[in-house]
Design a protein around this ligand. Structure first.
Ligand code: HEC
Length: 211
């Protein structure tokens, strides 16, 4: 097979002399736009590799999402800080919330351990450490917001064993577990204070936030 001689003419594609299996290669200059893109890409790789992987500048997708999720959670928690008695009563009539609260309550090691599966503070005739939650007597106040507060923040007397559950469960699950407790009660039922209740706040003004 006779091979084309390399053409000195610039308009004609130049062929390399080398032939293999009857195939010859063009010897052409790459177009500038192509080269430009390649060099930009190489430069970008260096910058990106340095900033992103070596210097830790810029955040990964996961950390961006984690941050956004945490902000949303915070906003929701903030909203729940100002939940009212009416809203908690409404939640106690929401079957899905009550069911979720029940699951939390009944988890071994959780509320059920101290307050009993029927919320009576008793188990097969024996007194458990927790107070009954199914009667009308409340040591720390029987208004839904008061129950919400004691479950969130725990007993003011930490030696009693009622922990602050907000850190463990988060606000949503605390509200659900309170909805479950409230589902054993009726709105407007008489509430009494226990004999060993801490003194009631003098006014109905909300107590200063604990945190
Ligand atoms: C380790 C045992 C224990 C666990 C677990 C526990 N509690 Fe308690 N709880 C107590 C004790 C003890 C008290 C009484 C605190 C006091 O005397 O100040 C109490 C008090 C309460 C009160 C206030 C009752 C009143 O009369 O004012 C509520 C409401 C309550 N707990 C709900 C819960 C919920 C909901 C959970 C699960 C998220 C839970 N508790 C988990 C021991 C426990």
């Amino acid at each position: 097979m006779d091979s084309k001689k390399p053409s000195p003419n610039n308009n004609e594609p130049t062929l390399r002399e080398h032939v293999y299996d009857g195939i010859q290669e063009y010897d052409q200059k790459l177009p500038n736009w192509w080269l430009f893109t390649l060099y930009i890409a190489i430069a970008w790789f260096v910058v990106h590799w340095l900033c992103y992987y070596q210097l830790g500048l810029g955040s990964s997708d996961t950390s961006i999402i984690d941050k956004a999720m945490a902000e949303m959670q915070q906003a929701r928690d903030k909203q729940m800080e100002s939940i009212t008695d009416e809203q908690l009563w409404a939640l106690s009539r929401d079957a899905a919330a009550v069911e979720a609260g029940k699951a939390t309550f009944m988890t071994p090691g959780m509320c059920v351990t101290c307050h009993g599966p029927d919320l009576s503070g008793m188990l097969s005739g024996a007194k458990l450490p927790g107070l009954p939650l199914n009667d009308q007597e409340w040591k720390h106040g029987g208004k839904p917001t008061e129950i919400f507060k004691i479950v969130r923040k725990g007993s003011p007397d930490i030696t009693k064993g009622m922990a602050a559950w907000e850190q463990v469960l988060g606000m949503k699950r605390v509200s659900e577990v309170v909805a479950f407790v409230l589902s054993h009660h009726k709105e407007g039922e008489p509430i009494t204070r226990a004999a060993d209740s801490p003194p009631a706040p003098a006014t109905t003004a909300p107590a200063p936030a604990a945190k």
